[in-house]
Design a protein around this ligand. Sequence first.
Ligand SMILES: *Cc1c(COP(=O)(O)O)cnc(C)c1O
Length: 395
Amino acid sequence: MLRTKTGPAPARTMIYLDNHATTRVDPRVIEAMAPCFSEIYGNPASRNHRFGWRAEAAVAKGREQVAALIGASPREIVFTSGATESVNLAIKGVAERASGDKNHIITCETEHKAVLDCCTRLETQGFQVTQLAVDTDGLLDADRVRDAITDNTILISVMYANNEIGVIQPIPEIGRMARQAGLPFFVDAAQAAGKVSIEVERDGIDLLAISAHKIYGPKGAGALYVRRRGGRVELEPQIDGGGHERGLRSGTLNVPGIVGLGLACELCAAEMEAEAERLAGLRDRLFSALTERLAGVSLNGSQKHRSPNNLNVSFEGVDGESLLRGLDDIAVSSGSACTTAEPEPSYVLRAIGVPDKLANASLRFGLGRFNTEQEIDYAVERVVAAVDRLRQLAV
Ligand SMILES: *Cc1c(COP(=O)(O)O)cnc(C)c1O
């Protein structure tokens, strides 16, 4: 490190605008989790002593808090290690219980990899998967779902809010239709839970995946809602062992994680309305400033049916990787996956018809609880400067 006589280099504060990837844990959540490492360290499955009972009480409270966020009953909550595991349990769990030669799953091409890769795995085992297309807004039409149903369909899987473009699918409509068809409806709600209103009854949802680390809780904790009221969904467990979680997910419960997830859910529920308004305000401020100060800025995904914390925009005539390099104190994501030397445009942006060039020149801003208006204004300055510079270099 270089140090001059005038003192240490000024600390560069990074602005975190990547809240779709993960979130900072809320200090209130950390505080609630702390005793689970030191005092409440019993195994909730230990029935013979106070240590176990206290841990079991903490888990029961977490179960109530998670259930309350989505209008479920605590008995319908299965704790997992996160949304990926919940997705695996829901999709493979339903598929492995399918009767006779029923083998058809309906999903959507903009789903998270967890869903798509589960479906691909099942295809190698003889299942048939229909990946429905979305429109240029990123929306899935409920009628298209209905038209895709066959006599062999066993499951409909559609995400609530997209992790790249924030688009909110017409879940209540699809849910109504799934119910009419008598099919279980699974919803990956990792990006929606705690951010937009979810009611499993109103929305006709039978299975729903939640992740703690997307809602200011800890990593490695999540839940799957499994409907029991009015027609229980039968699932084949994916992890065998001591029969925890009604036999659906064996393994000693992650008590600190569950306590953290529970409080994270309660805080989101309590603050959702005001926070959604605040974030949408910041998001709109960001978008207005970018479009006012730069030409060739386009929004990716529906403006109307959108999570309040998501902005995904493309910048004509710039290279996304160079743009990210120019934004070294702003944490955002680009619309290309840099797994190889050649940037591979995001499959979600491709699905909504964004040309590869523009997909590679896109940024995903994921706003969150700890972002301020000053941070947004600073990010605008940085993005405008970086785009202007790259465009000048190009001429
Ligand atoms: C993050 C995310 C997941 C995976 O959640 P983990 O808890 O990290 O396993 C699944 N689906 C969506 C839409 C996500 O955003």
